[in-house]
Design a protein around this ligand. Structure first.
Ligand code: BTN
Length: 250
């Protein structure tokens, strides 16, 4: 396959740089990796901590042959690709938290930000942005993140070759997307469930109106939403926002 790869010293956000590449026609699987980001973005408009030279910040252009309405499921497809890849690559025990978090144990080590755009020929594509804390030491984690964040180095004791990981992640992502196209999303979802760290746990989230709902996490559904069953047995579909363990949610 023919990929275009940009390896930048600094990007504002690799998602923005990859979107630009995609708009110019960048092929399925092409990507951007940066040593640092000055405006790294997370989900829900949050900033993504992006110091130079230690972590992986990358974004891939993908043009899967799936219906437009299935695009929101790409974040879950990316999650399972990363978890599988990290198990094979660094033997780290990475698990997933709906919809886009990578965890090792109780701490977050990475996240995914998927966005869509159209190119100059009007063709839809997605940018899958991935941030993984690779060689960050415990001392380098800002104090306000220290009890919630970790890195592959901290957990596994081994330095990660970020460039190699970038290539491996691409292959894992493309393999999952081929599975999605050929066997449907249920096949991908089955793999996601294997890495789900929070299935069966009591979770809480806030509705857009501010009210709090609590219930058992049943895991993501076929449409990519999260199913949570409350004490009355009613199953809620959570489409967006943050869902947290009910004992740590305030
Ligand atoms: C999240 O957990 O909220 C998602 C974080 C995604 C961060 C990555 S870093 C590479 C890519 N570029 C960005 O600006 N964001 C993503």
């Amino acid at each position: 396959m023919d990929f275009t790869d940009l390896h930048l010293k600094t990007a504002d956000s690799t998602n923005r740089a990859a979107r630009e590449l995609g708009q110019k026609g960048g092929s399925h699987g092409s990507g951007v990796m940066a040593e640092a980001q000055t405006a790294g973005r997370g989900r829900l408009g949050r900033a993504w901590f992006s110091p130079p030279g230690v972590n992986l910040y990358c974004s891939y252009i993908v043009r899967p042959e799936i219906a437009v309405e299935h695009y929101p499921r790409l974040t879950l497809a990316a999650g399972v690709s990363i978890a599988t890849c990290l198990h094979d690559y660094s033997h780290n025990d990475v698990g997933l938290k709906w919809p886009n978090d990578l965890f090792i144990g109780a701490r977050k080590c990475g996240g995914i930000l998927s966005e869509t755009s159209t190119d100059s020929e009007g063709r839809l594509f997605a940018v899958i942005g991935i941030g993984i804390n690779c060689n960050l030491s415990a001392d380098d984690i800002p104090a306000d993140l220290r009890d919630r964040a970790t890195s592959l180095l901290i957990e596994g004791g081994k330095t990660i070759d970020r460039k190699r990981l970038y290539s491996q992640l691409r292959m894992a992502l493309l393999a999952t997307l081929a599975e999605f196209e050929q066997q449907g999303f249920s096949s991908v979802l089955k793999r996601w469930h294997k890495y789900d760290l929070f299935r069966g746990r009591q979770m809480a989230w806030q509705r857009p109106d501010g009210s709090r709902v609590e219930g058992e996490n049943l895991g993501p559904a076929e449409d990519g939403s999260l199913l949570v069953r409350d004490a009355q047995g009613f199953v809620h579909r959570v489409l967006s926002g943050d869902v947290n363990l009910s004992d740590v949610y305030s």
